[in-house]
Write a protein that binds this ligand. Sequence first.
Ligand code: SF4
Length: 1011
Amino acid sequence: MRDIENILKTRIQNDKANTFAIIVPTDSARLKRQRELVGYHPNRAVADLRVYTLGSLIQRLYDQVRPSRQYISQGLQNLWLHEIVDPQSDNSDTYRYEAFRPSQDLSVPDSTLSLVVDTINHLRERGETALNIVADNPTKVDLVHIYENYEAKLADQWIDEQGKHLHLANNFNSEFMRNAFPQVNLVVVEGFTVLSKADIKILTGIAGMPNIEMWFRTDYVEGNENLYRNIADLVRQFEAVGVNIDADYEREPELHQHFAKNLFRAEAEEVNLNHDPETAVQIKVLKPADRSEEVEQIAHLIQKHVSDDNCKLKDICVAYYNIGQYQQRIAETFPAYGIPYSLVEIAPLTRSEVVKAIFSRLSSRQVPLEGDYFSDVEPALHTRLFHPDAFQRYVDDLLKKGRVIQHILNPMLRKNREVVEGEIEAYRQFNRIVKELCSVLKSDGVESCSLDDYIEKLHHIAKHTNYQNRPATKAETVRIVQLGELRSLEFDVVFLGDFVEGRFPANYQPDPLLPEIPYRNEEEQLHDSRFMFYRVLKSFRKVLYLLTPKRERAADLIPSPFLGQLKALADVQEIEIADPTQGSTSGFLSTYSNHVWTSPVPSNESFPAEIAEMRPLINHVVKVEKSRENTHDHLDYEGVLTIETLSAVNRRRLESRREHIYSVTELEIYARCPFQYFINNVLKFRVKEDETEDELSGLEKGSLLHDVLFEFYNNRRNQKRLPIGQCNEEAFKEAKAQLNELLDSNAEKKRNRRKEKLIGENNLFWETDIEKLRIALHKWLAAERTYGLPVTPRYFEVSFGQERELRYPELSCREPITIGDVRMTGKIDRIDIGNGTFNIVDYKTGSSTVRMPEILSGRSLQLPIYLQTAKKLLEMHGGIGLEPAAGLYYKVRLDQFNAELGIGTESQNGDAYSGYNGTDWRPVSSRNGQLLADETFDARLARVSGYVQHYVDSISKGTFPLITRVETFVDSEEEGDTPITPKNKTEPCNYCSYKRVCRVGAISEVTQSDD
Ligand code: SF4
């Protein structure tokens, strides 16, 4: 076998570097390889050295394609997909992508959109079009829709990263290679463990060219498939087209052969393992109490290696499979030990301080951020319209006048070089995305956009554009890396942290959108992890430390299964750090917390002097947390008031809550968060309302709508006018005029009733709001006219359990209506009567819509309770035999009207009720989750009554836990007795005024919503 490295060396020494190209996986591998190759030349200077990442090779080849398409970056791709999924148009016929929305009126969360983008990119990488997906569920139907729209948008004009690879794979032409690299006759592909199908096709296409010789260099030992399976696949594919294989790449026969042959091999025990005493003492396992102590121990050992062994900081590396939750700990601990470190972080552009400052200065609407990045500038008004060219000039000018570059480079600020480089990189990327956006808009023929629109688009692109915020440094520091970056790097001392089950190897997560065609299947992922671990074993020259923390909060952690595999091959020494508390206060607290957690009575040993005074507080915190997590001795700290902690008076007060009259809203607060209910309704805290504005507030809008509609229908009924559906043109005009009159008079009353922020007669904001409401009400009326079902609006504002004057006495009653044993009060906006059925209608001006899971998990009670109440009220007034058909939301929002189903029976769909989408009435789609079979409908109402009883029982017993701890369930025949916990438990926290005072953020089980 020829020695390929020698061939390369000879060519360099003969000044023929332009005759070969080397392809490597990453940019750092490229730099390292360039340094090595330059070292072969006697003058240490090489012209035309061609070392590329795969991405830049592809770009060079694609540059030869004619006609070529314009490239769109990942950030712009995200913007397009965002605009496809959440179009700006008010057209209610636009496809809705319901499967990706948490509820109908909420936009698709950013994290869901990222999932969609990833899936589409994976499909494109494999060359699968939208047509290849079997759309057999709503999620896939929506995914196909998005993918088709995205492909249509790309058309023949644009191309994304995956598109370039695919295009070259499917249309490979040796001319591309010859034109891009006219002198090259040798291509060396080095160090890859994964290659996509498209990339393999391109590379094997190059290999098939008559004048080109290709080498694939990898570390591969035949016979150990358990370690090398993924690589063996690549080797086979390259071998099949005559590529030369160098299988000894980056493997030192002396040091690594033993692991290469035996690691993960089932029959390893039967092999003569030949334990090397040199190696045996070099792998050490540490078992810190938790992750904080883990970082402490690493810092302690680094200090020791530097002081005792003269080890250089740059010869030490700390590696994690996933660095995420360690970044903060390292940032707190390493400086306390005086250890400088470098951590190359890839972050979204919106995290850059410079970019934040630029966004804050782009329009006069933003509040400029304080800071050192801008001289004073005068931004334009947010509504000003710009042609894309003009916008580009505007931004260039603003940055120039603001002297941003000069501020970044200001030597007076003494920023370190890494920070400055990170800021320059962010600035450069920002300019690139402005240029890209303007060029795309121009090509799309956009003549003008408002400044606000540009800013919104740019912000979205920036959120999905990454930059290196701490570029690699040559300074003397400890390197902190993710395992993926470790590759061929070597250090004297290596620490592998978080070496526990589930973290490394990571648990396999099926592809959430297309589980049957995953990007990497479970086996491939496991083999990737195995090879990564083998790389760790190749990365140290003297000592490797494996850290397996024992606990994380209340959970026990188990060492990684890879540790057992390693122990079968090498002597692994378990060590303990003699006195880990020596280091810092946080080290002491970490050890102390482990001690109190495991021993029933905390020790009396003295605390370090600097925190001795905090001892009573620390003991109290320990007592409370231990109770919350483990012993549950002090239930009052979990929101559960027990007999022992309550005075007799307070006990009686709580117990008397069984007799209270409850509103649905009140119980829905309890359902969302019992603790919020406790503060609101038991302690009766009052939150200062937001300042009133010139516009109609949400509350004012709601009450105005209710007043107008009530008077309108009530008057027509009293005046015995025809139902709207039977009006001829003239009568309909008259009805419209009545509605206008009522809107004007009621709006005027509202305006005059304002006590603060008084509104003048011609206030523009107010007038605009009223006009929008007028348009929506006209649409409502037009919709009512075309309803066409034998159903009549019959009762309006029917109240029960309310002392004040009855607005609509015919069906209302002052007595509360009981649901189970619970006395309820409320007001039903409207009851429509049909043939043996009735519907209740709730008027809404807000955007929220209740979905079935919220009814099922007991968070939404209104429609099911009102349907049962309406039935009782109707029966009390002779309406025996009328059965509930549906609970509907009539939504008047902005200048639109829609009718949506909240809960309804399948059998009456289209006969007793319909939905209105803004243009016409249609039976509700059979895929709509709010539609239930008749038996399920009855069971669901009964289930909700059960919740009501359950909540009132819990209130009177004093149970007020935080949202994260509540299990909302009531058993029923239909649903069984499985607890149904809401999917996003902390959703109610998003709008809660007590977020800062309750401890929800401190609880580990929190699953916040994405946005
Ligand atoms: S922030 Fe969340 S947990 Fe805390 S009181 Fe509000 S809803 Fe409850």
